[in-house]
Design a protein around this ligand. Sequence first.
Ligand SMILES: Nc1nc2c(c(=O)[nH]1)N[C@H]1C(S)=C(S)[C@@H](COP(=O)(O)OP(=O)(O)OC[C@H]3O[C@@H](n4cnc5c(N)ncnc54)[C@H](O)[C@@H]3O)O[C@H]1N2
Ligand code: MOO
Length: 422
Amino acid sequence: MAEPSPSMISLEEAQALVRSHVSPLETEIVPLLDAAGRVAAADLMSDMDVSPFAHAAMDGFALHVADIAQASPESPVDLDVIAEVPAGGAFEGTIEPGQCVRIMTGAALPSDADAVVKYEIVDYLGSNGMPGSRVRFTAPAKPRANIREAGEEAKQGEVVVRAGEVIKSAGVGFLAGCGVTEVPTYRAPRVAIISIGSELVPPTERPGIGHIRNSNGYALAACAREAGAVPTMLPIVPDDLDELTRMVKDACSKFDFVVTSGGASNGDFDFIKPVVETLGELYMTTVNMRPGKAQTFGVVDGTPVFGLPGNPAAAYMGFELIIRPALLAMQGYTQLERPHIQARLTADKKKKDPRRLLMRATITRGESGDLEVTPAANQSSGLFGVIQRSNCVAVIPEGVTQVHAGDEIECILLDVDEGVVL
Ligand SMILES: Nc1nc2c(c(=O)[nH]1)N[C@H]1C(S)=C(S)[C@@H](COP(=O)(O)OP(=O)(O)OC[C@H]3O[C@@H](n4cnc5c(N)ncnc54)[C@H](O)[C@@H]3O)O[C@H]1N2
Ligand code: MOO
């Protein structure tokens, strides 16, 4: 059995290495809606109290608590309705003892009212409860009942989103309410995706003998986009040293990060390692993981270049586990890892290869209530469909040769959707 080569580094070392060669990109100002899912690059402050005024939380009657303090079913209190305030309106007058104001949810509270009683518990005494009528109260109200106070959401000048926070959908609404309509954030990295291989044709073509469609380029571009980056798929490059050298050099002058797939191993036509070594610094060639041993990383003219292996699952794992965290760091994120959870294996599994095994797998909640994980039957690194139909990667560490049904193992949730039971 082949031993890992001395230059082979662990997945964590590979992640740290790539991470050490990237930093957050410069900041840019984006319209508020475009800030969803992105990292605030500065503290964001509210330009006013939110809400700016105390207002009714219920449709009902604004009044003085003191007026109905003694109200009960046996000794009800009747008040004169002197005005109606809709949302967007304002009552400028004074509520005298014995009076109340009909008020709608969201309407500004009359300045001298100190509670709102919802209309369901008010007796209209046969009238319509509109101004000019009398309405009956049979219970006291608590001071400030059904009132949303001014400044409850934010105070003027308060930092409402801190630098470094990821702005969620609710945060976009929060910021809108606070008058923040433009947000400083880190620029999204422009990522070049280069698919290497003389056998490759675009997916629009029907491949002839010996040829296949370029599926890696599409998956990697989708992964990059999902990571918040802006991918550009460059033309397919054949297994040709000069052509690849030209393409990588050119891409390094135009993009923030260059990703290639294929030609990363030691075959006669595998050229990404010599290209990176010739053009710049080569820092990594192999990682102790399966699939995905052949992972090349270096820097050319200041631009990180990552050569993923050609096998689809190997390329995908390299992107998701090593490139993705770096792209996130370039956008200012500090949470760089996918969620990890423990689940019980549903079957025994033998492992011949000493590398860390990343099994495409599916987590479900078993009848006992425990999370259970079932590796896909076909673990070939040539398949994308298996990843499409899986919801996690189940990990068997380096060196471990066997795991058993019922063992708890670490699972990395990839691209999770609402269907995943946690
Ligand atoms: N003697 C050895 N041969 C191989 C080893 C090894 O250790 N010793 N490792 C195998 C493993 S594991 C992998 S992974 C591959 C990695 O090699 P390359 O990065 O050079 O990949 P290629 O040879 O270019 O391609 C491998 C495979 O993937 C297909 N491919 C490539 N690009 C695409 C694409 N854009 N879309 C879809 N499929 C693609 C390609 O046609 C090959 O079938 O090396 C093994 N060999
Ligand atoms: O990189 Mo290969 O499995 O390790 O597909």
